[in-house]
Write a protein that binds this ligand. Structure first.
Ligand SMILES: *Cc1c(COP(=O)(O)O)cnc(C)c1O
Length: 412
């Protein structure tokens, strides 16, 4: 079976030429990279944007009168507008540059303390990444608010009827990922947001795992906050965004103090700058922001519908082939999921499988995937996780399947 038969319009071989790293060898074999849920690879146009920045207009932004500073400012603010358009935010200043998803979540969680009192309730989903649990636990400790959890079922889906029961007039904030990084489940965030809003609670959606596959429309979703990392969608590490509705961002206190985020400073009182600068203290990752814009251009040029369709074919093919292996257990078979397969082979440790696959040039992730509560639910220490991107091929999946079979033979 080849991708040409599967999907005539999607030219994966042409796309692969944009990713030089895919040509390298690992342990004597061509690299088969299936750790895309941890970080994606970087295409040449994004690298070019980085080289162009440092070669031609590296300067600090917003404060300079000189040409380089103005060019850098224009490009950085241009990237903000690209990101605004991509996620369909109403206003550019509703896009706050961050160092990534974790930073965005902490920014909101920290500021939200201002609105919470003892006995208020915060709801998080059972499918959360650690970065989405810890800041809320810290906030609960600080404010006396109580953390409630939306349970999941054996398919890896959230139990929506249980969520409905949790929501009440004490609910102030709901946190949920759009797509689970451990299992790939696409969560019913539209319904969750609507229900939370019926009691006036704010909703923060962790879009880190969704953004590489689904083009979210924050206005249509009516999300109050939406956070992503550039490095999971063909951009560099160390940059991401927090989208927040203007009225929330205005109410939320600043997270860090420093340059860029103030209007006036004296020792009696400092007044904060307007949005987005109130949340962007210090010199930002200028080049990273610009490169994030280039990554969105790159992915949009291929098309998110095309990407999702091709990745879905990869998912179906890999699921079918892997299931033919005796002792195979796949965790999370939600009706709606992105191209992530979390699995174990009966009697074998995921780490051993991952190590042997690496010897064959196949990169997978093993462990708890920063989602220990999900592993506890299944009563396992971890899984092998293969997560696919639009530059993966059916041939690579064949190698993964053969590799797992070989590892199984060697370990049993
Ligand atoms: C990767 C990931 C995060 C953390 O992203 P960072 O870039 O490490 O801050 C949070 N949530 C989900 C669902 C993720 O996949």
């Amino acid at each position: 079976m080849s991708q040409q038969i599967q999907n005539i319009t999607f030219d994966v071989e042409k796309i692969r030429k944009d990713f030089p790293i895919l040509k390298r060898k690992v342990n004597g074999y061509p690299l088969a990279y299936f750790d895309n849920a941890a970080t994606s690879q970087t295409p040449i146009p994004v690298m070019d944007a980085i080289v162009d920045y440092y070669s031609n207009y590296n300067a600090n932004i917003h404060r300079g009168v000189h040409a380089l500073s103005q060019e850098a400012t224009d490009k950085y603010e241009g990237a903000r507008i690209k990101i605004q358009k991509h996620f369909n935010a109403e206003k550019a200043h509703e896009i706050i540059f961050t160092s990534g998803t974790t930073h965005g979540i902490n920014l909101v969680a920290n500021g939200f303390g201002k609105f919470l009192k003892k006995g208020d309730e915060i709801i998080v989903s059972a499918l959360e990444h650690h970065s989405n649990i810890v800041p809320w636990q810290m906030l609960c400790e600080r404010t006396g608010a109580v953390l409630k959890v939306i349970p999941m079922d054996l398919n890896g889906e959230l139990v929506y009827s249980e969520f409905e029961k949790l929501v009440n007039e004490k609910t102030k904030v709901v946190f949920c990922n759009h797509v689970s990084n451990a299992l790939g489940t696409v969560n019913p965030i539209e319904k969750i947001i609507k229900k939370a809003h019926s009691v006036g609670a704010a909703v923060l959606i962790d879009g880190a795992q969704a953004a590489p596959h689904i083009k979210a429309d924050v206005q249509a979703l009516d999300a109050d906050f939406y956070v992503v990392s550039a490095h999971k969608m063909c951009g560099p590490t160390g940059v991401g965004i927090l989208y927040g509705k203007e009225q929330w961002l205005q109410k939320l206190p600043p997270y860090q103090g420093g340059g860029e985020m103030i209007a006036t400073v004296n020792f009696e009182k400092t007044t904060y700058a307007g949005l987005p600068h109130k949340f962007e203290a210090g010199t930002p990752n200028i080049c990273g922001g610009i490169a994030f814009g280039a990554a969105l251009d790159y992915m949009n040029q291929i098309g998110f519908d095309q990407i999702a369709e091709f990745e879905h074919e990869l998912l179906l093919y890999a699921t079918k082939k892997l299931k033919e292996i005796e002792g195979m257990k796949i965790y999370g078979e939600a009706a709606e999921k992105t191209a992530v397969i979390s699995f174990n082979i009966e009697g074998l440790h995921p780490y051993d499988i991952g190590t042997l696959l690496d010897k064959m040039g196949i990169a997978v992730r093993t462990g708890h995937h920063c989602a220990q509560p999900v592993m506890d639910f299944f009563k396992i220490p971890g899984t092998v996780r293969a997560s696919f991107a639009f530059y993966n091929t059916f041939e690579e999946i064949d190698r993964l399947v053969e590799g797992v079979k070989k590892a199984k033979m060697m370990l049993q």
